[in-house]
Design a protein around this ligand. Structure first.
Ligand SMILES: *Cc1c(COP(=O)(O)O)cnc(C)c1O
Length: 393
């Protein structure tokens, strides 16, 4: 900028060209943008004409170099053609369903899904003319629930709260033979322990809020697809102006670098505590697919490369809700709160009667979900011991 410009103008233009030489930082830069500038009218026209099919930095709502970098990491994790990011995991689920379904369509949703996904199917999507039928978490009644207008099968494997497994390759073969797509919520697997796209799904959804972020301080969702399923998702996201803050993407990127290492520690601690819980007289069942007693254990062994920090347990039938509250309130190292996937341990009560409709849970004891964090597992066990002692008093 010429020195003759006014201070006001110089202030707006200073510091915009590269001011140093040297190496590069380890991490990609955080780029914040709404407006993106082009060198000429022709270049802008060219970029706009190509951005529908190519990933071009053209406007903040279409993504920034920071969000593109995170998309690439997630595509790598999921073995996907490409990935889009969403402000929450639930937004990712909603946008995926809207991308592939239209009024008049029917879809099948597994009984094991994250409860707000169920609410979306039974509320908004139903009112919008998209019908949903719930099928057994292990897929055994898929055939009998199939309809002529079934366009999508939505699974979550392992399922929320009690980690039911389904035979995804078999289910995908059945759906594909009838011209339907398969979407999977892969939040449990995080692309490390489970990879739905390699097992036949077309669409894989994750709440990056959980293990990818890993620090309980950012919300985000992702949808990764095969090449064939990509265009419908991209069109829908662009139509709705779906994007995420580059600051949030940068935080998730920081978390994801250590995810595989964190998961190994979560798994080790969780298995230790799962075995300890199995020996407790107050506990009827411990839910974790890595346990040989788990109904989906063989499928877990075939399709998953490990487990994570999630375990749930069923207290003996007849344990009343005041005793459950005493157990939870008796824990000092477990935070009482929803969500999971951060470095810390959490406890939450699961209402299985509300969370499942195909499987009847009414005759079973209360279910408590633990997220086992990176704390010393011996201290977590001592804490649980104190919680169990509080049941009796
Ligand atoms: C937490 C969770 C979600 C939703 O993620 P948010 O970012 O909290 O909206 C979706 N699916 C599963 C399985 C989850 O555990």
């Amino acid at each position: 900028m010429a020195k003759s410009s006014s201070l006001q103008t110089r202030l707006l233009h200073a510091g915009k060209s590269a001011a140093f030489s040297g190496g590069t930082a380890v991490n990609p830069p955080l780029v914040r943008a709404s407006t993106v500038l082009f060198s000429s009218a022709a270049e802008q026209r060219d970029m706009r004409s190509r951005r529908g099919s190519e990933r071009i930095f053209s406007y903040g709502a279409r993504g920034t170099p920071t969000t593109f970098a995170l998309e690439d990491v997630i595509s790598e994790l999921e073995g996907a053609w490409r990935t889009r990011l969403f402000p929450t995991g639930l937004a990712a689920i909603g946008m995926a369903l809207l991308s592939y379904l239209k009024p008049g369509d029917h879809f099948l949703m597994a009984d094991s899904v994250y409860e707000p996904a169920r609410a979306l199917a039974q509320g908004f999507l139903k009112r919008y003319g998209i019908a949903c039928t719930f099928f057994a978490a292990d897929g055994k009644d898929l055939q009998e629930k199939w309809q002529e207008n079934t366009r999508l099968v939505y699974v979550e494997c392992p399922g929320s709260l009690v980690y039911e497994m389904c035979d995804l390759p078999a289910l995908a073969a059945y759906a594909h033979a009838r011209g339907a797509l398969v979407a999977a919520d892969n939040t449990w697997g995080s692309g490390v322990q489970y990879q739905p796209l390699s097992l036949g799904a077309d669409i894989s959804i994750m709440a990056a809020t959980k293990y990818l972020s890993g620090h309980s301080d950012v919300m985000m969702g992702s949808v990764a697809t095969t090449q064939d399923a990509w265009a419908a998702l991209a069109d829908c996201c662009d139509a709705f102006g779906m994007t995420v803050s580059p600051d949030d993407a940068w935080l998730v990127m920081r978390g994801v670098r250590t995810m595989a290492a964190r998961l190994q520690m979560h798994e080790r601690h969780a298995l230790q505590i799962a075995h300890w819980l199995q020996a407790r007289p107050e506990v009827a069942t411990v839910f974790c697919p890595a346990l040989p007693e788990h109904p989906g254990h063989d499928l877990w062994k075939r399709d998953c490369s490990g487990t994570n920090g999630l375990i749930s347990f069923e207290l003996n039938r007849g344990t009343d809700s005041a005793a459950v509250d005493r157990l939870i309130d008796g824990l000092k190292l477990f935070g009482i709160g929803a969500s999971w996937g951060g470095y810390e341990s959490l406890v939450a009560i699961s209402n299985m009667n509300k969370a499942r409709t195909v499987t009847d849970w009414s005759m079973r004891g209360p279910v408590i979900r633990l997220h086992i964090g990176l704390e010393d597992p011996a201290e977590l066990i001592a804490d649980l011991e104190a919680g169990f002692a509080a049941i009796q008093t």
